[in-house]
Design a protein around this ligand. Sequence first.
Ligand code: GTP
Ligand code: MG
Length: 307
Amino acid sequence: MKRSNDPSAPSEALFNWYPGHMAKALREIKKRLQFVDVILEIRDARVPLASGNTNFDETIGNKPKLLVFNKANLVDAATVKKWEAWFLKEGLPHIFLNCFDRPSINKAISLARTIVEDHHKACNPEQSSHVEKLQLMIIGLPNTGKSTIINVLSQKNSTKVADKPGQTLLQQWIQIPEHGIALLDTPGVMPPKINKVVHALYLSAIHAIPDDISDEQDTAVFLVKHLLSQKVEKFFERYKLDHNESDVDQALVKIATVRGCLRQKGVPDLDRVYKLILADFRKGELGQTCLELPPLPKGSVTVPGIR
Ligand SMILES: Nc1nc2c(ncn2[C@@H]2O[C@H](COP(=O)(O)OP(=O)(O)OP(=O)(O)O)[C@@H](O)[C@H]2O)c(=O)[nH]1
Ligand SMILES: [Mg+2]
């Protein structure tokens, strides 16, 4: 990954990962649009904006869409509330959920149904807006939980899932007659271009980008900085860090010692520490946190260190 001291600096080519199946997946999304009533765009609740994809907007045009912020169980409730208020103000239909919680998945489906029925009503006020069988297409960045959502709804392992980007390589329809729905699973598609170093770090942290393409050290150091500055309690507890700790290098050495990531003569094995931090963060072992905060209203003054 190209380095920059300014994490918000624009960058030309941060990394190069856009496998052929993604370009094909985008074409297939366009082809299948005519067969679906509504799109569920799955994003990661830890990076609600950076886990979007401008290519999707161009591809799906004005097809009704519900934004689903999955993995919301990994974010603290207060920040979820802030984001909900922000998306409400933006007028974007959305839901934050943990897809292993069936009632919230059911709520997402009934929201999607309402969006479609409202759309029909607006287009054909004379006709019935009722939709007998709802056809949904699930799209999103890699590893956001698209296939898991389908498996939870169908209550079986209809599609392959794993905490690795690029699991789904082909589209697949899953019928769930008892819910009156059919779901089209699609492969994860990366955004066309990542303009900011910090966005590449977000996407590496949530494992939308594979670790062999990004840089484990950069991602782990970024996460430790974030967790230290946000004082995420579970992170301090898990690695027995002093609550006043603010130095990333000292924290990494302490983590190596506490978790036994040591080479001969007690030298910290930092490569193992980076892997450990990434694995723990992705499993939610380091506490609930959101990497991205809602943009401030235009014209407001930012106070360094506060946001
Ligand atoms: N904590 C948490 N983990 C989740 C949630 N949803 C999915 N996951 C995990 O996220 C990982 C990726 O899930 P997948 O369903 O394979 O993701 P995908 O979007 O289909 O990925 P691709 O097919 O590679 O694009 C798995 O390890 C899931 O167990 C959630 O709501 N909370
Ligand atoms: Mg999948």
